[in-house]
Design a binder for this molecule. Structure first.
Ligand code: NAD
Ligand code: MG
Length: 390
């Protein structure tokens, strides 16, 4: 029996994770659940999964949760705040941490899990994009295990040799082919993009996800962040990671070997597959996802991305090439710009412009430690804020 902390349990990934866990009560028990503000959903999850601990964002939310749990007679300790997230991610009783908080807010708890040698299921790509080598080193130093939940990276993980050691040449790999759906605006007239609404941008054709990652998919910054994520997870240089648009989202990514073989992982677009894969690795367990019906799908299409239509993808490649704190600056500027777009403060095409301005204005440098990283993140956010009104 393994004990799991689900960070961000009320989100899209969190809910899918609990769905898989519920199918295997003989294998997994929930140790802690966390949510930022959705107390009602968290209370329902607490009643169903009976964790030892529940964490929310504020004292007020904690009080509200306690109130809701009173009638259930459950003995669940309620905590709140950033330190509590780290505590439940690093507690001795916890074996597995699902890192499914969105954005930089998930960095500290993911690091806390790494530093205590947990098995980390990483959905929170922003944490790895920001911290790069620091997180990879913490995982190695404390003998933690980092398993990718992002569907593309989980697909690549499944297509790599079992003893893969973060070197493409040693494994005879020519390149990684990262597939992308292209999002809702793949075929839309570029000149009309500035008038798209948040609701149009979050209406992803293939995946149902949180609002931030949905906007990232529409700008293709999501794919850019995933290129950086693949770099760190698999030790792959930028020029060996090729993005391939594949609108059906049936192939979740591929690995191309020097002998001409290309291995792909296919499946219905449902995050419960990568979640089940990482949870039970190296075993296989049922996830609730229907078997793929290829005859019904009929045809698969591929095309190269157009950087003119998707400037965010180019900005992410540039940040990866530049190294140091560039990716953290890119990520911070993107988080601010996406939130401003969702709040209807800026237009869709302003997202890439804000990020480009921040990258220009803030010189990137080496990141010696987490404090230096947080400092760069904060500076990038404040410059991004000042760029919103330009
Ligand atoms: P979501 O918005 O649906 O859920 C986010 C979760 O994080 C919620 O539980 C929320 O309470 C919590 N949260 C938000 N802000 C917080 C804060 N400041 N402090 C603590 N908790 C906070 O997002 P999602 O779609 O589930 O995505 C979660 C992560 O997984 C993201 O990093 C995303 O890129 C990644 N991811 C998601 C999908 C997907 O299909 N949804 C696929 C691949 C990767
Ligand atoms: Mg993905």
């Amino acid at each position: 029996m393994q004990a799991i902390t689900v960070l961000g349990s009320t989100g899209s990934i969190g809910v899918s994770t609990l769905d898989v866990i519920a199918r295997h009560p003989d294998r997994y028990q929930v140790f802690a659940l966390t949510a930022h503000s959705r107390v009602d959903e968290l209370a329902e999850q607490c009643v169903r999964f009976r964790p030892k601990l529940a964490v929310v964002g504020t004292a007020q939310a904690a009080q509200a949760l306690q109130q809701k749990l009173k009638s259930s007679q459950l003995r669940i300790e309620v905590m709140y705040g950033a330190q509590a997230l780290c505590d439940v991610a690093s507690a001795d009783e916890c074996d597995i941490v699902m890192a499914a908080i969105v954005g930089a807010a998930g960095l500290a708890s993911t690091l806390a899990a790494a530093r205590t040698g947990k098995k980390i299921l990483l959905a929170n790509k922003e944490a790895l994009v920001m911290s790069g080598q620091l997180l990879i080193d913490a995982v190695a130093q404390h003998k933690a295990t980092l398993l990718p939940i992002d569907s593309e990276h989980n697909a690549i993980f499944q297509c790599l040799p079992h003893d893969y050691r973060r070197s493409l040449p040693d494994a005879g790999i020519a390149k990684i082919l990262l597939t992308a759906s292209g999002g809702p605006f793949l075929k839309r007239d570029v000149s009309t993009l500035d008038s798209v609404t948040p609701e149009e941008a979050v209406a992803h054709p293939k995946w149902v996800m949180g609002r931030k990652i949905s906007v990232d998919s529409a700008t293709m910054m999501n794919k850019g962040l995933e290129v950086i994520e693949a770099h760190w997870l698999f030790g792959a240089p930028a020029d060996k990671i090729e993005v391939m648009i594949h609108p059906q989202s049936v192939i979740h990514s591929m690995v191309s070997y020097i002998d001409g073989s290309v291995l792909a992982q296919l499946g219905n677009p449902d995050m419960r597959t990568p979640i089940a894969n990482a949870l039970a690795y190296p075993e296989r367990i049922e996830s609730g996802v229907a078997q793929l019906d290829l005859a019904q799908i009929g045809q698969l299409f591929f095309e190269r991305p157009d950087f003119g239509r998707f400037p965010c993808l180019k900005l992410a490649y540039d940040a990866l090439q530049a190294g140091g704190s560039s990716a953290a600056i890119l990520n911070a500027a993107n988080e601010v710009a996406v939130q401003a777009f969702l709040n209807q403060e800026i237009g869709f095409r302003m997202i890439d412009q804000v990020i480009a301005r921040v990258m220009d204005k803030l010189p990137h440098g080496p990141v010696a430690d987490i404090d230096a990283l947080i400092e760069q993140d904060q500076q990038a956010r404040s410059i991004a804020q000042s760029c919103l009104s330009l």
